[in-house]
Design a protein. Sequence first.
Length: 216
Amino acid sequence: MTLLRWEGLHNARDLGGLPAVDGGRVRHGAVVRSDSPHELTADGVAALRAHGVTRIIDLRCEDEARMRPNVLADDPMYRLVPFTDPDDDPAAELSDLAGIDELYRCRIAGDARRVVAAVAAVADAPPGAVLVHCQAGQDRTGMLVALLLRVAGVPDDAIVDDYAYSPTHPGLECEPESILSMLELVDERWGGAEGYLLEHGLTPAQLTALRTRLRG
């Protein structure tokens, strides 16, 4: 994992270097995660391009993207791929749930088609780095990245370390249990990330492309 000092972003990092269980590592320049680039400066855009980013995947809903537009929203590399149902209200959901871990479990099951559409967008991206982001780069991005890293063979302790690095929202700590609980559900119900992805629309060819992108 490499921290990226792109002006206007506060939570950007390249996933390259994270270890896999077979002794390999995630390839540098494959996937970058970040918070929303709506304040990315001209120098930040130049750094993004110099890093080889060829696809930007915005996981926010349409209203969020309209209120704080990605500075590259008009660039051909940009794609808006909402990760969850736009009618979901996280604050309202949390009032009825035990916490963030249960919210993650509800979303990975209830929004599975949307989740897998976002994974497919990474698999189908052109050669180069893919930047994935939501608003803070923590929750939706963290869930997506956890699935990507599982496909790459990254062990759960390294997935947790990457997830826990993200800055937190006030009152919403980035607890390891949240992402682990989500992954446990994926394992229990679908036999792992690959089973989850394939059952909800990812093709075997896309799964292979995703693994190739992440590991080379």
